[in-house]
Write a protein that binds this ligand. Structure first.
Ligand SMILES: [Zn+2]
Length: 246
């Protein structure tokens, strides 16, 4: 049998030699994104009461380590919803070339925290290009939709990140809205600038809190409770992140 060069052999077989997609072609290549799935299932576990009772001044007020979060009326805990969305979002972001770091490694009744100030440090230590804290709200049942919280400028605390945080928040809102997410119907603005959020105040990288919806609203809770709905929320956040880096 005559030996033929591999390229010719491949073309005879109808195979195309394709170079693997260069990393630079992926829209989030080289980006470090920290995802903070809000709360932790064990935050409500009495055996962690001591750990949860830690407090710190956050630049504007004294806040506790962390909280239990809210839940749907049917009992889906916010910690679990945030966790599921974050995992789906991680897959999407990694497909686009990003390096993704989580602020917690489990969703378990046998785990607590980390405290919000430690979650903020994880973003700083990872030298994150952006940090997204994933939450859901527990507002009056009639309202639904998402909103984004960015830090106000507090001297010695957030003067370095207030502006980039606001830019990240605006990009998140425009990207998510364009992708189909409904802005909150129960607030006067989709963007809240707040000085009392520990995760934002302790962070030294652009960080926002995304409140994906209202767990007490029937329509939002229904979406939050299915895997398709959780994927939808992940898709929306990914669209916001793409908008920030485009
Ligand atoms: Zn929350």
């Amino acid at each position: 049998m005559r030996l033929i060069p591999a390229v010719l052999a491949a073309s005879l077989l109808g195979l195309a030699f394709q170079a693997p997609a260069a990393a630079a072609e992926k829209p989030l290549a080289g980006r470090i994104i920290v995802l903070d799935p809000g709360h932790q299932l064990g935050n409500s576990n009495p055996k962690f009461a001591k750990e949860m009772s830690a407090t710190k001044f956050n630049g504007s007020i004294v806040k506790g380590c962390n909280t239990t979060g809210t839940a749907t009326n049917a009992g889906l805990p916010e910690a679990t919803f945030n966790w599921r969305v974050a995992k789906r979002l991680r897959t999407l972001l990694e497909e686009q070339g990003a390096t993704v770091v989580f602020t917690r490694s489990s969703n378990s009744r046998d785990a607590w925290g980390p405290c919000t100030w430690d979650r903020a440090r994880i973003g700083t230590e990872a030298k994150a290009d952006a940090m997204i804290s994933i939450h859901a709200d527990g507002a009056p049942a009639s309202g639904r939709g998402f909103h984004v919280i960015a830090p106000s400028a507090i001297k010695g605390w957030t003067t370095d990140v207030a502006k980039p945080g606001r830019r990240l928040a605006r990009a998140m809102i425009s990207g998510m809205t364009r992708a189909g997410a409904e802005p909150a119907t129960y607030l006067s603005s989709t963007l809240s600038i707040r000085g009392d959020q520990t995760t934002l105040n302790f962070s030294d990288v652009p960080t926002v809190i995304v409140e994906l919806g209202n767990m007490r609203n029937k329509a939002d809770a229904a979406r939050m409770s299915t895997t398709q709905g959780q994927q939808q929320y992940a898709d929306w956040i990914a669209a916001g992140i793409e908008s920030y880096f485009s």
